[in-house]
Design a protein around this ligand. Structure first.
Ligand SMILES: Cc1cc2nc3c(=O)[nH]c(=O)nc-3n(C[C@H](O)[C@H](O)[C@H](O)COP(=O)(O)OP(=O)(O)OC[C@H]3O[C@@H](n4cnc5c(N)ncnc54)[C@H](O)[C@@H]3O)c2cc1C
Length: 426
């Protein structure tokens, strides 16, 4: 990248991977102007470990910080911590902080992420939100109801995940399943409730989703296919009413893991177009040319929101390229990972269910890691799930990105060197 006529001041709002990748990429590619990062946290940190090693107690905040503390000064990034942006004026190019300070810049990048969703239990939520002390951070010590998005959330949850503690996890998606797995390592009694059977099928395909879900029972987690209709905080614990069960059950703690909502309130109040995220174009530009949005808070027009770590990183790279007035790197097939019960699962591309146009091909033996499942449309790979098989995930991504024609029999054979298929296609 080379720097053409660009902004001379940039303010990035939000210190997650999307915001930090934006500032890192700007400096990496020669941006010399003023650069400010506003972080709501004392130090910008990474979120994926919050349901894994951080929750387990194996990692502290320092080891999950996105950059070393001195990096910001070295990169001449003015890091403003413990600060919230409460208002944005796109035309004036200003943001207002919660302490009343105003910052101005030629370009403003929103990287505000999101917060945990509270569906199906609106009555409970409303009741809690009506309490004078409650806001987005529900007072967990008094309610026993948790969500997991921040280090504070993880600390509060870790505090109650003692041996034999009874934990109800509502939602068996990626985060709910990871917490169930971590809680078992901490010797908790875990019940996992989700109406989908199997959960996460759209993300990994029914075959792999069914197998992954069956692992909960193998590891001592009780799974229930139902919805939780009501939660009540009592002195004995949280009483959960699960649909179809005659009697309510009591838990020491409940984790609501039912998705996230993009934090787009500041953008909306500023008049930017918002629809399930701050709407952006292919260059991360919002409906105002001087304001960009990246990561979990943003949604590309005509696309679904990604909600994955690498997508947020790539958004930051693209936003930096836009601000520098240069071409962004080529896009690659989407990728994410998740870990449960000491298994590492990677997903690339799109896991379409088999039909007249789509074929599912297992490499190895399903349910016996390492193994992978590919989805082929004709002779093209369009998606793959790899369990404890990162080399296959990497090769699958290249096969997708390069549009290589492959035979199902070659993919299915674990002795086929996938790199050779790639080399042969050059
Ligand atoms: C528990 C958990 C586990 C996960 N595990 C995985 C995984 O295994 N694999 C994977 O691919 N993805 C995973 N993810 C998803 C991934 O972490 C997110 O996609 C990624 O963090 C999004 O980055 P972001 O920078 O857009 O948002 P965030 O990480 O949410 O960062 C946004 C930051 O902006 C701050 N902020 C919000 N509003 C304001 C404001 N007004 N002013 C200033 N600051 C503000 C927030 O406090 C936050 O610090 C996980 C997420 C969670 C919560």
């Amino acid at each position: 990248m080379t720097v053409s006529s660009v902004a001379s001041s940039v303010v990035v709002v939000g210190g997650g991977i999307a915001g930090v990748s934006t500032v890192a990429e700007l400096r990496k590619h020669g941006y010399t102007g003023e650069l400010t990062l506003v972080s709501a946290d004392p130090i910008p940190y990474d979120r994926p470990p919050l349901s894994k090693d951080y929750l387990l107690g194996a990692k502290g905040l320092e080891s999950i910080s996105l950059q070393a503390p001195e990096w910001y000064a070295e990169q001449r990034v003015d890091l403003i911590t413990d600060a919230l942006v409460v208002a944005l004026d796109p035309a004036a190019g200003t943001v207002e902080l919660s302490d009343g300070r105003e910052l101005s810049a030629d370009r403003i990048v929103l990287a505000t992420g999101g917060h945990s969703r509270w569906p199906d239990l609106e009555r409970v939520v409303r009741e809690l939100l009506d309490r004078p002390s409650a806001g987005r951070d529900i007072p967990r010590s008094t309610t026993g109801i948790h969500t997991l998005r921040s280090d504070d959330d993880a600390d509060a949850l870790r505090h109650v995940l003692l041996p034999r503690a009874r934990l109800l996890v509502v939602g068996a998606g990626l985060i709910g399943a990871e917490v169930a797995s971590t809680a078992r390592k901490l010797e908790c009694e875990v019940v996992l409730v989700d109406p989908a059977d199997p959960p996460i099928a759209p993300a990994v395909g029914v075959q792999v989703a069914t197998w992954l879900h069956s692992l909960h029972a193998v590891h001592g987690v009780e799974t229930v296919t139902a919805t939780v209709e009501k939660l009540e905080s009592t002195s004995a614990g949280v009483v959960a009413h699960i649909a179809g069960e005659a009697e309510p059950r009591t838990f020491d703690a409940v984790l609501l893991a039912v998705g996230m909502v993009p934090d787009a309130a500041v953008a909306k109040a500023a008049g930017l177009e918002v629809d399930n995220g701050v709407l952006v174009d292919d260059r991360q530009v919002t409906s105002h040319p001087n304001v960009l949005a990246v990561g979990d808070c943003a949604r590309r027009r005509g696309h679904r929101r990604a909600e994955h770590w690498e997508a947020a990183l790539h958004d930051g790279q693209r936003a930096a390229a836009t601000i520098l007035g240069v071409e962004a790197g080529a896009e690659t097939a989407p990728w994410f990972w998740t870990d449960r019960y000491d298994l590492h699962v990677e997903v690339v591309g799109e896991m379409h269910e088999p039909d007249s146009e789509h074929e599912s091909v297992v490499r190895g033996t399903l349910g016996e890691p390492p193994f992978s499942v590919f989805i082929l449309r004709g002779e093209r790979v369009i998606g793959a799930v790899a369990v404890d098989d990162p080399a296959t995930a990497k090769a699958a991504r290249r096969l997708i990105d390069r549009g290589v024609d492959v035979r199902a029999s070659a993919l299915a054979d674990p002795t086929t060197d996938l790199r050779k298929l790639l080399r042969a296609a050059r």
